[in-house]
Design a protein around this ligand. Structure first.
Ligand SMILES: [Zn+2]
Length: 119
């Protein structure tokens, strides 16, 4: 997946993402909020003060995490029409990675947030 609209494509292993999504990690594409149009019924909640999460109020699918203060929104790859286009460039918060999960790619791994913060 290559687009000028994409800020980055990353995998977050933090506990907040694990709990919010209900699985092991959050594979997500990051975009500017103004480049994304969301239609249909969604509900939101704040998993942290700065991070709002949105999910489909019909089926419960987690769709996004939105950081308004930074102007960005992370879309969950599993909610995209074609998740196979996802090309991650790093793993972060691997200090919270589940011990049974083995990362076998050669992408950079960061124990906590990405060096540039990325959002
Ligand atoms: Zn996370």
């Amino acid at each position: 997946m290559k687009s000028k609209l994409l800020q980055n494509q990353r995998v977050c292993h933090c506990r907040e993402c694990q709990k919010a999504i209900g699985t092991t990690f959050n594979a997500r594409v990051l975009m500017r909020i103004e480049d994304v149009a969301i239609s249909g019924p969604i509900n939101t909640f704040h998993s942290t003060e700065a991070l709002e999460r949105g999910f489909c109020s019909h089926c419960g699918t987690t769709i996004f995490s939105r950081r308004v203060t930074a102007g960005v929104i992370g879309l969950t790859v599993g909610s995209l029409d074609d998740p196979s286009l996802f090309k991650p460039d790093m793993h972060f918060w691997v200090s919270s990675k589940q011990p049974w999960l083995e990362i076998s790619d050669d992408l950079p791994q960061y124990l906590e947030g990405p060096p540039s913060l990325g959002y």
